[in-house]
Design a protein around this ligand. Structure first.
Ligand SMILES: NC(=O)c1ccc[n+]([C@@H]2O[C@H](COP(=O)([O-])OP(=O)(O)OC[C@H]3O[C@@H](n4cnc5c(N)ncnc54)[C@H](OP(=O)(O)O)[C@@H]3O)[C@@H](O)[C@H]2O)c1
Length: 138
């Protein structure tokens, strides 16, 4: 059995190409490098946040964290691969540097306390974070 096209003839018996392939002149294709995903975890040194950081690193993302104490007391090896920023979501201007080059943000900032404390940390703080991220196009 054999097949033919207008420009080549292949024989399946011998696997020989009877006519040379026509090779188009090679073109240089300018493709952008693959996007670098950089995740900023707000509260990345907390209980939930540290698990999010570790999982994101395992999946190959570049990971940064922001919290009031920065890296805090984390000694695990994975923590060396996180870029730690100090900042306070209740002072949103302190987020600007940490948001540079970031492609996504996950907030793990929250907590319990009096009604007014919870309003601040679960509400105002996270609204500030969303605003700051949105202003920087994240
Ligand atoms: N733990 C659980 O089992 C669990 C389960 C379900 C849901 N959640 C929810 O998940 C959220 C986080 O819980 P968690 O247990 O991970 O709490 P956590 O260990 O206390 O972590 C809170 C994180 O937020 C940071 N943070 C607090 N105030 C901040 C501020 N003003 N600006 C910037 N960072 C701030 C803390 O770091 P600094 O102190 O250094 O700022 C810390 O990294 C809470 O909303 C909680 O209700 C927790």
């Amino acid at each position: 059995m054999s097949s033919s096209t207008s420009w080549r003839h292949l024989s399946s018996e011998s696997n020989k190409v009877d006519e040379p392939f026509k090779v188009e002149e090679a073109e240089t294709v300018n493709t952008p490098p693959p996007p670098t995903e950089k995740l900023l975890v707000l509260g990345g040194n907390g209980f939930v946040g540290s698990h999010v950081c570790k999982e994101a690193l395992n999946r190959g993302l570049a990971v940064a964290s922001l919290s009031r104490s920065g890296r805090s007391s984390l000694h695990d090896a994975w923590a060396n691969d996180v870029t730690w920023h100090q900042g306070n979501l209740l002072a949103p201007e302190t987020l600007k540097d940490a948001l540079t080059g970031v492609t996504s943000v996950i907030s793990c900032v929250g907590g319990f306390g009096s009604n007014s404390q919870m309003y601040k940390i679960n509400g105002t703080a996270n609204i500030n974070a969303i605003r700051a991220a949105s202003e920087q196009g994240v």
